[in-house]
Design a protein around this ligand. Structure first.
Ligand SMILES: [Zn+2]
Length: 397
């Protein structure tokens, strides 16, 4: 089956991530996609495991057993898509037009998954002499909580390596639409809330109360200064720019005639490769307490995505780039603004890069599509890369 035919089947199986909201109905969660993948790997005749990560959410992981003296490579593509609200095309009825294939997930990332599955099937069929173990991981919940990749990485970090699921891989390729460039670095993000409290009284007697919004205004000014300081003094990363901080939402008070007793803001702090994400909130806390004389509370973060560092993936990126160039022409190593599953892998000390067909410009869009030619190129590149995986000792050095 061609990658495009496979992609049509994948698009026709809804696997919407509810993005943390209450959602019911067969189009939500990855269950039907996991069923399909389990069957698909079964028909291919490879070992396959379906691992529950959360209720109704499974990773489906399959293994091709190659030469034990060669590197273990993981190909990862997530099963979920973003929601379909506002789409201008039928999301689950794939159709071809002008060399493009349309549907939800065509670009992010069922197209990439189709290319990876095609490459995996060719490796299983042809058993190239130079190929080590290839693990195809179809992870769940990438678009919201990244629970799927975390579960997989936890297994690699645990001491049980007697089973193939627990063996630490030598290299991981995370599929996202990179237009066949190789993403070697991206920023991470920490998001959290700060609250201030006050005392509510009638607005005709404000001096009897304590205005939580006035308190928050001083916090916000302090954060504006901190953001400026961060961009001026933080050492920029060549591919990812400077660290940043932004206050993105504010809310407080119940009525114009009541002095507000609470106010809250939401903060987005982008973390550079090499920065320690766990230091982000303590640093902000110290900055504010030294400069702003009001009480506030830092709530626990609801989102922490580690950065992807280019410190350990150079060799992997160069070897992949060589095959990209020979199949698709010159491409580059690059950094991007969005976060990926590669960050959790990198944080575990395992070389990881991001690579896949399609452009990020078409991901999550109302008329999502992918160029069919890119699917074929990506599959061919991956087959050549896996067939020429090198010696174990070369990887990760
Ligand atoms: Zn994606």
């Amino acid at each position: 089956m061609s990658p495009a035919s496979l992609l049509k089947e994948l698009i026709a199986i809804p696997s919407i991530n509810p993005m943390g909201q209450d959602a019911d109905g067969p189009e939500f969660f990855e269950g039907r996609m996991s069923d399909y993948l389990e069957r698909w790997f079964g028909e291919l005749g490879v070992e396959c495991r379906r691992i529950e990560v959360a209720p109704r959410r499974h990773n489906v992981v399959a293994r091709y057993a190659g030469r034990p003296d060669r590197p273990v490579t993981v190909l990862d593509a997530h099963q979920d898509t973003v929601p379909v609200d506002g789409m201008t095309i039928p999301p689950f009825e794939p159709h071809e037009r002008g060399g493009r294939l349309y549907g939800r997930g065509a670009c992010d990332i069922k197209g990439g998954m189709a290319a990876m599955l095609t490459a995996f099937a060719r490796i299983v069929r042809d058993r190239p002499a130079g190929c080590g173990d290839v693990i195809m991981s179809c992870t769940c919940d990438e678009e919201h909580g990244m629970a799927g990749i975390r579960d997989l990485v936890n297994r690699w970090n645990s001491s049980d390596s007697s089973d193939w699921m627990g063996r630490r891989p030598d290299a991981v390729i995370i599929c996202e639409p990179t237009s066949l460039d190789i993403v070697v670095a991206h920023r991470g993000v920490v998001r959290w809330e700060i609250t201030t409290s006050g005392r509510a009284v009638h607005s005709s007697r404000p001096s009897d109360g304590i205005n939580a919004i006035y308190r928050m205004a001083r916090i916000v000014s302090g954060l504006e200064e901190y953001a400026d300081h961060l961009e001026r003094t933080g050492a920029p990363h060549p591919l990812c720019g400077t660290p940043t901080l932004s206050v993105g939402r504010i809310g407080g008070g119940i009525s114009v005639n009541v002095v507000p007793d609470s106010c809250r803001i939401e903060i987005d702090r982008r973390v550079l490769p090499g920065e320690d994400a766990s230091r982000v909130m303590p640093d902000v806390d110290t900055w504010l307490r030294e400069r702003v004389d009001v009480d506030f509370e830092m709530r626990p973060p609801w989102c922490v995505v580690e950065p992807l560092s280019d410190a350990r993936n150079g060799d992997l990126a160069d070897r992949l780039l060589h095959h990209v160039a020979s199949v698709a022409g010159p491409r580059r190593k690059t950094g991007v603004a969005y976060g990926t599953n590669a960050a959790a892998v990198d944080a575990a000390g395992i070389p990881a890069v991001v690579f896949g067909p399609g452009s990020i410009d078409q991901a999550h869009t109302k008329d999502e599509w992918i160029e069919i030619e890119q699917l074929d190129l990506a599959a061919e590149i991956l087959v050549r890369f896996l067939s020429d995986a090198g010696e174990r000792s070369r990887i990760g050095s």
